[in-house]
Design a protein around this ligand. Structure first.
Ligand code: MG
Length: 161
């Protein structure tokens, strides 16, 4: 019987006017970015946690401490790739990713193709296995008030036959 597993991921970062905005490894033209120890790529962090979760390998903070100077301003595609290696070493392959970014005051839809293509390249998957959706918080809560951005992701993995 084919063994499938799923994992979820969630992340949040504060809006920071002095930082660039990186989502799914893509630099997005914007008047604001996100605060964080690494490049603060909230989408890549949620996907990394989803992949680690599917293989019950802990979370991103366990593998990449935000106290560790080597991850200062690090590209989050590195974290994503590391999670992929862990899953493969456990005998699994990623089947697909579905993710949602929740962010106010910026139209992200024009960047969807670039983000999906970048994530697909990092994960070694076909683009049609990567879904990225965009929502606002309708002006409510910290995301709605433009104080933070959030991302959610789910990953499905399958044991190699
Ligand atoms: Mg994060």
């Amino acid at each position: 019987m084919t063994e499938f597993r799923t994992g979820t991921g969630w992340d949040s970062h504060r809006i920071d006017q002095s930082r660039p905005l990186i989502l799914g490894g893509v630099r997005i033209e914007s008047s604001f970015g996100l605060a964080g120890h690494s490049d603060a790529d909230v989408l890549s962090h949620a996907i990394t946690d989803a992949i680690l979760g599917a293989s019950a390998q802990g979370d991103i903070g366990m593998h990449f401490s935000d106290k560790d100077p080597q991850w200062k301003d690090a590209e989050s595609s590195h974290f994503l790739h590391h999670a992929l290696q862990i899953v493969r070493l456990s005998g699994f392959e990623v089947v697909n990713i579905d993710a949602t970014v929740i962010l106010e005051n910026l139209k992200l839809a024009p960047h969807r193709t670039a983000i999906r293509e970048k994530l697909a390249a990092v994960l070694g998957l076909a683009v049609d296995r990567i879904s990225v959706k965009f929502k606002t918080a309708e002006g409510v809560g910290p995301v709605g008030e433009g104080l933070s951005a959030e991302a959610q992701a789910i990953a499905t993995i399958v044991r190699r036959s």
